[in-house]
Design a protein around this ligand. Structure first.
Ligand code: AMP
Ligand code: SF4
Length: 490
């Protein structure tokens, strides 16, 4: 499972737009660390700069200086489709008969292959291997026909199936679009009373001092140009399906999504977890950084003392950005170091947000035991992840998900080497989050995909047919041993 992307956009003729985009991307760095880019326009042309690496590595004073203009879009990427190459980095730029268009896209289309084949049959050629390039070229082709990028986007949106929160740049406008299910977040802000800002998360608005105006609505197209801000409801929402994993892990805790502060949501998950999965222990410790709010909530509700037991080296990027398994295992040690005095001789309740492959968890638990802990009880604020994500979070194939591979929580407990393991239930998650189920996508936990997945796409990730859980079920099917949410060795 890997991370996804951060998008940004600004229409601000009186602002230093490239520098503001740089800071916006800096705040969104957690959403993608593979490549970063900015496309800037000055009314006549679009200039692009993108490179592999972190935002702070990609840009320096000299580069930003060259990117002068009145409007810009930016992107921080971790690949969810397409490989790790510069050709797949964003923004991407294409030409149409009226000029240029650039795209910054977060999410994942599920009908890319069909769209791409259709376009190739009509003579279109592609440089990259991502869904974003397909979107961009479709818009360029449509714009040739309709005469404006805005109309082209309105014509393309119904053809895009899947998740997209994207910003587009023309020489004179910044346009934001969001899929009709609103899977990925996207917000709109205002800077200095006149510039319009779009960003994946509100933390990017906070950093540049922009005021939060509202969220982009599912199915909406918003244009910022010299006439101001205008919006069109291009598609009606069949049902909102905001990614619940944004609350659990992906988004920054200081962002607000759908009016809910992510930190509060995570703390609520921790409190609920303490109610549903109590355990006797001496101290509750978080797995830094994403496990912190849930661990605070768990300690609050359980009454157990909260403590730090693992120290994170802040300067190491998240381990998952090293796709090689050998490096990933080493990554745990590079990233975390145990506080021996806090752990030795104690029964540890370790709280984390999720288990994906289980590799990191196993490494951390071993580390805590080596430091002298007498027991390690693991509590997870998300339910077991049993299904792949097709909407922009790379959950890998089912065969890599430990909760899909194992047929019981007990088996997972053994695999990661914990004394007990307790997951959040789906009901508990909804209660803890205080967000109605009908607004959320829960598919990686339930196997119920709000946007139907084409069979060929589905087969590519379902290389694990034998599982205790059948698709669409929240609980194991009859006949298989029912894992209780908590299991301790008998
Ligand atoms: P593991 O124990 O190896 O399954 O690693 C799970 C950890 O990876 C969790 O504690 C999360 O903090 C983190 N994680 C969760 N989702 C993702 C994701 N999409 N990409 C990268 N890391 C993730
Ligand atoms: Fe988010 Fe999971 Fe739905 Fe993917 S499947 S959009 S990770 S909730």
């Amino acid at each position: 499972m890997r991370e996804e992307c951060g998008v940004f956009g600004i229409y601000g003729p009186d602002e230093d737009v490239s520098r503001l985009t740089y800071f916006g991307l800096f705040a969104l760095q957690h959403r993608g660390q593979e490549s970063a880019g900015i496309a800037v326009a000055d009314g006549r042309d679009i200039t692009l700069y993108r490179e592999m690496g972190l935002v702070s590595q990609v840009f320096d004073e000299a580069t930003l200086e060259r990117l002068s203009g009145d409007l810009a879009i930016g992107h921080a990427r971790y690949s969810t489709t397409g490989s790790t190459t510069l050709a797949n980095a964003q923004p991407m730029v294409a030409e149409w008969r009226g000029g240029k268009i650039a795209i910054s896209h977060n999410g994942n289309l599920i009908n890319t292959l069909a769209l791409r084949r259709e376009m190739e049959a009509q003579g279109e050629t592609f440089e990259a291997s991502s869904d974003s390039e397909v979107m961009l070229r479709m818009v360029a082709r449509e714009a040739d026909r309709t005469g404006t990028v805005e109309e082209a986007l309105a014509a393309c949106m119904p053809q895009w199936h899947g998740a997209y929160s994207a910003t587009f740049l023309t020489e004179k406008s910044v346009i934001a679009v969001r899929d009709p299910y609103g899977v990925r977040p996207l917000c709109v802000g205002r800077l200095n009373g006149q510039a319009t800002v779009f960003a994946s998360e509100t933390c990017a608005l906070n950093l540049i001092g922009a005021e939060f105006l509202r969220e982009a609505q599912p199915g909406e197209l918003i244009v910022a140009d010299e006439d101001g801000l205008r919006s069109r409801a291009v598609l009606t929402t069949p049902r909102q399906a905001l990614c619940v994993f944004e609350y659990i892990y992906l988004a920054r805790p200081d962002s607000k999504i759908s009016d809910r502060l992510v930190h509060e949501a995570r703390r609520g998950l921790g409190r609920q977890l303490a109610d549903d999965q109590p355990v006797d222990g001496d101290v509750v410790i978080p797995v830094p950084d994403t496990g912190w709010p849930a661990a605070i909530g768990y300690a609050e509700r359980s009454g157990l003392p909260f403590g730090e037991g693992l120290i994170r080296n802040r300067y190491v990027p998240r381990t998952f950005i090293q796709p090689d398994q050998r490096l990933r295992e080493l990554g745990v040690k590079i990233k975390l170091n145990p506080l021996r005095d806090a752990l030795a001789g104690r029964r540890i309740v370790m709280v984390d947000d999720s288990i994906v492959r289980g590799t990191t968890k196993r490494g951390i638990i071993g580390m805590i035991r080596d430091a002298g802990a007498t027991e390690v009880h693991v509590r997870i604020s998300a339910p077991p992840i049993r299904w792949p994500c097709y909407y922009g979070v790379d959950t890998s194939n089912r065969s890599e998900l430990i909760a899909a591979r194992c047929s019981s929580v007990e088996e997972i407990r053994r695999a990661i080497g914990a004394d007990s393991l307790g997951y959040q239930s789906i009901q508990g998650m909804l209660k803890g989050l205080q967000i109605p189920r009908r607004k959320l996508c829960l598919a990686c936990f339930t196997g119920r995909y709000p946007i139907a997945i084409p069979k060929d796409v589905r087969l590519s990730k379902l290389d694990l047919e034998e599982s205790a859980w059948r698709e669409g079920e929240e609980e194991p099917r009859a006949g298989t041993p029912a894992p209780s949410p908590t299991e301790t060795p008998g």
